[in-house]
Design a protein around this ligand. Structure first.
Ligand SMILES: N[C@@H](CCC(=O)N[C@@H](CS)C(=O)NCC(=O)O)C(=O)O
Length: 195
């Protein structure tokens, strides 16, 4: 399988880490977002929406949207709970990640860290909205080790990369000790070096 992704992107890292964890062989093609590379006709042929990550399988079929990709790769594995309710809770976090978390935490981090924008250029609502999001996660993780059930699932996989990068967006992770402990647990589970 060919993975087209940008290693600075949390959406892309989810896909890489899922493939790594499941020992799925892949070739990584680095495509830099925010530089126009995703707008080339060659890339648009892979993903007409012009976004990474996108995966091309050996039979030529392609799949975009990070959470759709990790769900497909992890089908039948322990990363997806067998219990229907736990599986639905995992989906609850996956949808929340894309609709509420990524659009705040990842967007502010991209503006600060990747685009070098100043506070004056950035939507001022992103910082307080992100703080509410991180507080909500910290509260949830104060009572449990993983987002769903008693084991690492795709809910953790999806929420990990941009949460781990949150400091780069001006969010102070030291204010959220349960999140920090969860990040260390995830790094241990996935074999990632600490940032
Ligand atoms: N919902 C999509 C979002 C993908 C996305 O926003 N990708 C960004 C990079 S993280 C991108 O490729 N943007 C196009 C560009 O900036 O060139 C997913 O989860 O895969």
């Amino acid at each position: 399988m060919q993975i087209y992704g940008d290693d600075r992107s949390g959406n892309c890292l989810k896909v890489r880490w899922t493939a790594e964890h499941l020992n799925l062989p892949y070739v990584w093609h680095e495509v830099l977002a925010l530089t126009g590379q995703t707008a080339s006709p060659e890339f648009r042929a892979l993903n007409p929406f012009g976004q990474v990550p996108v995966v091309r399988f050996d039979d030529g079929r392609t799949l975009a949207q990070s959470n759709a990709i990790i769900l497909y790769l992890a089908e039948g594995s322990s990363l997806i709970p067998a219990d229907a309710f736990d599986r639905a809770k995992m989906f609850e976090w996956l949808f929340w990640e894309q609709y509420s978390h990524e659009v705040v935490i990842a967007v502010r981090r991209a503006k600060v860290h990747l685009l070098g924008q100043t506070d004056a250029e950035i939507d001022p609502s992103l910082l307080p909205r992100g703080q509410v999001i991180l507080s909500r996660m910290n509260e949830h993780l104060s009572e449990r080790d993983w987002f769903v059930g008693t084991a690492f699932t795709l809910a953790d996989m999806a929420l990990l990369p941009y949460t781990r990068f949150a400091d780069q967006g001006g969010f102070e992770l030291h204010r959220y000790p349960a999140i920090q402990a969860w990040i260390r647990r995830c790094e241990g589970f996935l074999g990632l070096p600490a940032l």
